[in-house]
Design a binder for this molecule. Structure first.
Ligand SMILES: C[S@@+](CC[C@H](N)C(=O)[O-])C[C@H]1O[C@@H](n2cnc3c(N)ncnc32)[C@H](O)[C@@H]1O
Length: 397
């Protein structure tokens, strides 16, 4: 039954009944009163907070408009056109084949979002966020790719009620596949290219967080076309790297390795990590953006396969965005939460949950390593446990 606005919430109805919950309930009751909101906007000491809250709420309502403004800029190539300096709106309209008033509407929106700047006199220049975006080409691929997720989210309730029937579930051909090793090449091409491009957002950060210098052989499981393995080979002079993925994806890695400088110490193995053993003997196994694609039973299977394949001094390295990351809540739980739900399998996990899975799979002493942009990726390593031992997670963030 809905409670009338402003009605008292009985203390007994508060979850847990603790002082904290009671205080939150009191706060929420106040915040939800229009009269309190008006008062907070008039009262000088609370005005700034009230305005900030109003802005935050508006951003939640209007976020889709912001992301579509961004998409329009990317599709038009507007930011690239401003790379070498400001341009007149007249020249841009001609170049982009847009009516003047349409371009004006777009650049005003983009200026409000700091993608461009309108210095006056019919000029348009790069904005601070637009300039930063130009330095991250991987984001352009992600922004274009988001059209799929955007369409899936058009009716969020339909998506919630029919998990795994989305466009994203089709795109990620292995999601929910019973015989993933039979997926043909055309079905892996797009996602493999996207993963390769978007490695630019995380690959170096992972290798900064956990340098591989003391290792001799890296097995990158679910390694796509080998982009991360090649970055590792480039960083560590004597490191042997093996990329393991589904047969159709392994083909792409073979082609890349054959034309790379590392052909003598980079190799590719193919198989299904849910049913095949992994190549044995590496002293470090990486799982980059792999575990969060899978539900717990599959994630455990992968970790156990890694445990069985590693040398006795071996280390498993998990790199993905983690739930519970301070400052990264929106990325992990809102963005990746929906993304993986739409995909139909997997979820963002906390470091604590990964630790439980690691221990169950026979690893010990998990450590979290600091990364430059924790909302994009965090790094967790663990060593082989001789026997099952109680796990604890050491945070070296
Ligand atoms: C999200 S992508 C990550 C790729 C790469 N690690 C990266 O971060 O760029 C997941 C990878 O796992 C691979 N994969 C999924 N299911 C697999 C399976 N059952 N066996 C082997 N590889 C699999 C996919 O083909 C894909 O390359």
């Amino acid at each position: 039954m809905r409670r009338p606005a402003g009605a008292e919430i009985p203390v007994a109805a508060l979850t847990g009944g603790g002082l904290r919950d009671w205080l939150f309930a009191k706060r929420d009751r106040l915040l939800s009163r229009p009269a309190f909101q008006r008062w907070a906007l008039r009262f000088l000491p609370t005005r700034a907070i009230a305005r900030r809250r109003a802005r935050e709420l508006f951003d939640l309502c209007a976020g889709f408009v912001y992301s579509q403004t961004l998409l329009a800029c990317v599709q038009l190539g507007l930011l690239e056109k401003l790379r070498d300096g400001p341009q007149s709106l007249e020249a841009l309209a001609r170049d982009l084949r847009l009516p003047r008033d349409a371009l004006r509407a777009l650049v005003r929106a983009a200026a409000a979002l700091q993608l461009v700047r309108l210095p006056g006199g019919d000029q348009c220049a790069l904005g601070a966020l637009g300039a930063a975006l130009l330095g991250n080409p991987a984001l352009f691929a992600m922004i274009a790719h988001h059209q799929l997720l955007y369409r899936d989210l058009e009716d969020p309730l339909a998506l919630l009620r029919a998990k795994g029937t989305s466009r994203l579930a089709q795109y990620w051909a292995y999601a929910g596949a019973t015989r993933a090793q039979e997926i043909p090449a055309p079905r892996v091409r797009d996602y493999t290219a996207l993963m390769s491009t978007s490695q630019a957002l995380i690959g170096q950060q992972i290798l900064d967080a956990y340098p591989l210098d003391r290792h001799r052989c890296l097995l990158d499981v679910g390694g796509g076309d080998g982009t991360f393995a090649l970055l590792a080979a480039e960083r560590v002079r004597r490191l042997r790297v093996i990329c393991f993925d589904l047969p159709a994806v392994a083909q792409c890695a073979r082609a890349r390795f054959a034309s790379s400088r590392f052909v003598d110490r980079a190799s590719v193995m193919q198989g299904n990590f849910l049913s095949d053993p992994l190549p044995s003997g590496p002293d470090v196994i990486s799982l980059v953006r792999v575990l969060h694609d899978h539900d717990d039973p599959a994630a455990l299977t992968i970790l156990r396969a890694a445990r069985a394949a590693l040398s006795p001094d071996g280390v498993v390295l998990i790199a993905e965005p983690l739930s519970g990351t301070r400052g990264g809540e929106r990325a992990a739980d809102a963005y990746f939460g929906w993304y993986l739900f739409a995909m139909g399998t997997g979820m963002p996990r906390t470091a604590a949950r990964l630790t439980e899975l690691l221990v169950e799979a026979g690893f010990k002493a998990p450590k979290l390593h600091a990364t430059a942009v924790p909302m994009n990726v965090r790094v967790l390593t663990a060593r082989i446990a001789p026997q099952q031992s109680a796990g604890y997670c050491v945070n070296v963030d």
